[in-house]
Ligand binder design. Sequence first.
Ligand code: ADP
Length: 729
Amino acid sequence: KTADLAGLPEGVPEALHAEGIEELYPPQAEAVEAGVTEGESVVASIPTASGKTMIAELAMLSSVQRGGKALYIVPLRALASEKKTEFERWEEYGVDVGVSTGNYDSDGEWLASRDVIVATSEKVDSLIRNGAPWVDDLTCVVSDEVHLVNDSHRGPTLEVTLAKLRRINPGLQVVALSATVGNADEVAEWLDASLVQSEWRPIDLKMGVHYGNAINFDDGDQREVPVGTGQKQSEALVADTLDEGGSTLVFVNSRRNAEGAAKRLAGVTSKALTDGERNDLRQLAADIRDVSDTETSEDLATVVAKGAAFHHAGLAAEHRSLVEDAFRDRLIKCVSATPTLAAGVNTPSRRVIVRDWRRYDGEFGGMKPLDALEVHQMCGRAGRPGLDPYGEAVLLAKDSETMDELFERYVDADPEPVLSKLAAEPALRTHLLATVASGFANSREGLLEFLENTLYASQTQESGRLEHVTDSVLDYLEVNGFVDREDGSITATDIGHTVSRLYLDPMSAAEIIDGLRDAEEVTPLGCYHLVCRTPDMYQLYLKSGDREEFTELFYERETELLGVAPSEFDDVAFEDWLAALKTATMLEDWATEVDEDRIAERFGVGPGDIRGKVDTAEWLLGAAEQLAGTLDLGVNVAVREAKKRVQYGVREELLDLAGVRNVGRKRARRLFEAGVESRADLREADKSVVLTALRGRRRTAESILENVGRRDPDMEEVREAELEAATFS
Ligand code: ADP
């Protein structure tokens, strides 16, 4: 019983009770028995939606109650504020919550006063590098979705970060939450934690494959779902769920497919709506259009009005949460999503359809089957506790061989083991420099000893591999001037420290330094291209026809690009150079005030992608500016301007105005056209001119004027009148 839980802040057990959590789920009870409320480390490997978050909350709250401080590591940046909001309900019981997002290069000093801190592993890693003093005070760290150590891009950071935190705080409680994986015991052993492993779910899950006219379930049951002529399997299944009064989540393998599927499935959902729902959906569609006037926004609003939606990482954050909320409220009947939705966001659904079980993989060079682990996580979204008798997860087969394959690969399969990806050069490049720079080791032996604390070391059979990669990475760092080696001791150079603090991949730093060192003239496009070439930027892909277009552009603007271009005959390097140019061109469009919508169309991306690239460019250019300063390269001013332009998305003449809070690129342009060209102008301008330029939005005008330090008596009057009106109404 939650009422019997000891060691929590006063009032918490009652609050849980009031939330309807009266009894612990069995895996939660096991975790409590293993001492999770008494500071013991636990690895919980249990299915999706089985209450892992509660295990984390029990650990954090009891740790705080004992005077400690807890850190919750989220797998995605998009989840950080969601988790913070979730934990904020404990503020009433004296637990302060803070979330650390934003810049990688600050030490987040203000977080020292918080009891619970939420951050991504990259952010935690950078806080450690920047010497955040409160890191020493941590008593409990939670790693959500710890199976992501398996991810070749992000896994190593999580792995090293956990190793560092445990090194800094020897008694640290580690609570690692994991999907069901093949080797949870190894993960537990690595973290010196007790293992809670369970297949228990709050609601039964039936998995099956639809083939022909029926779903064949794992328990031998069949359910007839005939597919009409001209109908797709997914359409028949969505219609069938609707007949039962349920909603469906459809997982597909790309954004384009998510949007396409939603369009088709909207034809099914629109037939099953009540008048009341139609009205609510129209309102929701209007809210969606209000967020932004892009094509994606319009497409989303169109399908939402019919009761369907799509969900992927290219959506604006507000769009994503509007869709999630309406799906949870059962207003939207069907969502087609890329797998990002399976990770983390709590959106249970009566039925889950895994439509695409293969995905394009660049490294693999073709379509590759998804891991069983991933498919199981998607399937785990099926079944809403308390609402459905059970959840159903359905895969789709066109022929009987495929059906057999799907049963073998996913329905009857155990999930894969989690394997460390640390012993790869790009990962070690970054982490070895940081380990030296932040004083965790100062010799080759010290480094190897530190690496002993990683999952990699506990998993590998291959002796010498880590040593070998370590040596080659150390050579790289030394040749590029990031570390000095003398008589067996290793220290970070000034520039090495800067690189580590800035959270750059050393290879990015080397590329940037090389590019800026011999630069004669530095233009924004040159800067964008330079940072787009680094391994820290995910470039846009070259599509068919792009090669010709960007080769032409390359010759046109060759003189602006920094560093030495590869030969056109060096296929791989040249493609890379052009992909960077394509990405840089997108940034240049942004920084010359091209409409978001047009950019999205020209480059085949969503608004979320544009934001993502802009943020990364801003960070990398900030880093470039600092590197240029540290090395006295004399180009800081040009780099800073390129950064500011991409940050605000404006041409040079608007830089001053766009920096004012609440102004932004579009308003800055309108003000400028009205003759208000700078902050100084804004302070002096005629109120009516400002108001007209801002399309009569009084409050906006007022706050903008206030932000430039102007307290216009007239405005003051308006405000008072408004206040008064508000008080009396
Ligand atoms: P997971 O993180 O394992 O995917 P969540 O922590 O999101 O799952 O939990 C799923 C849902 O179950 C949440 O809405 C949560 O409030 C609810 N829940 C968790 N524990 C209990 C419990 N003991 N009793 C009732 N509901 C619970």
